[in-house]
Design a binder for this molecule. Structure first.
Ligand SMILES: C[S@@+](CC[C@H](N)C(=O)[O-])C[C@H]1O[C@@H](n2cnc3c(N)ncnc32)[C@H](O)[C@@H]1O
Length: 274
């Protein structure tokens, strides 16, 4: 059981988790950092702040819009010791032994490893490259999802709705997917070990995500809980029907005295040294 006091964070959880990963790595100034799958720079920005002007950080992502966003974020934070470029994590083009630290937030490893059945689907190119570009004694830090309370609950609500108000069969309803990839501490230990990392440390930590009200919760679910779109389509009337029939009575247990709603996300943090 996780008995640590939980941080309460709002919707900017990516940057909160990025900062946390960088803090756990205890980076020193003047060092070289690679951020794999930088997104908008959630790990890159706190890393660039810590390593200072004598250090250098590079963020890579396979999507151009992420690189554009990261470059804008670096500029608005006045960080000139970092850059971002398009690159695929499966084919890093950096030389061997180039970085003191690698951060890798939420890029997902379930394409290479089946975390539910604890076995490989294919060669773990991403992990091989990360180890390759780290210097000897360099440290890598990863974060990933163990669970996301609100998305798990959304799936349950959707299944209840489909069962009560549509003609979907039990079998079809049981196949409603979880809308994100769940990974495990045990699986992460294995994939770090197998590639040759030392001093492996993997743990999970719970965070409370605060939604200011029910509308905020539902709007986020419409965006990130793509299963709603998949099963209800894009007709606003069906969303309104789902909302009327399923909310708010089913969410009472998550409601706080101030009218906000709290859900727990469990994040896996994993670390290893070359
Ligand atoms: C969920 S986002 C997380 C972004 C950021 N690291 C964070 O912690 O907020 C995952 C990012 O990883 C990137 N990504 C996933 N697979 C990748 C790959 N093979 N090569 C490069 N980027 C990848 C995606 O494009 C996306 O921007």
């Amino acid at each position: 059981m996780n008995t640590k006091k939980k941080d309460i964070i709002g919707l900017d959880f990516w940057s909160a988790f990025g900062k946390k990963l960088v803090q756990y790595l205890e980076m020193k100034s003047g060092l070289r950092v690679l951020d794999v799958g930088t997104g908008g720079g959630a790990c890159l920005i706190p890393a660039a702040k810590i390593i200072g002007s004598s250090g250098h950080a590079i963020g890579i992502d396979r999507w151009e819009n992420c690189i554009t966003e990261t470059l804008e974020n670096l500029k608005s934070n006045l960080l000139y010791n970092a850059k971002a470029e398009i690159m695929d994590a499966r084919e890093l083009t950096f030389d061997d032994n180039s970085f003191d630290y690698v951060t890798c937030g939420f890029i997902g490893f379930s394409d290479v490893f089946d975390f539910q059945n604890h076995k490989y689907r294919k060669e773990n190119d991403k992990m091989n490259h990360i180890l390759r570009v780290l210097k000897t004694d360099g440290k890598a830090g990863f974060s990933t999802w163990q669970s996301q309370g609100e998305l798990d609950y959304l799936r349950k609500l959707l299944q209840d709705y489909l069962g009560k108000y549509t003609s979907k069969t039990k079998e079809e309803i049981s196949k409603v997917p979880t809308s994100y990839s769940k990974e495990t501490t045990k699986g992460f230990e294995k994939i770090l070990q197998d590639v040759g990392f030392k001093n492996i440390n993997v743990f999970s930590e719970d965070f409370i995500i605060r939604y200011v009200n029910l509308d905020e919760w539902f709007n986020v679910m419409k965006r990130s809980g793509w299963i709603l779109r998949e099963y209800l389509g894009s007709d606003e009337k069906r969303y309104a029907d789902f909302k009327e029939k399923m909310l708010p009575h089913n969410l009472e247990t998550f409601k706080q005295k101030d009218g906000s709603y709290h859900f727990v996300k469990a994040v896996i943090f994993a670390f290893g040294t070359k």
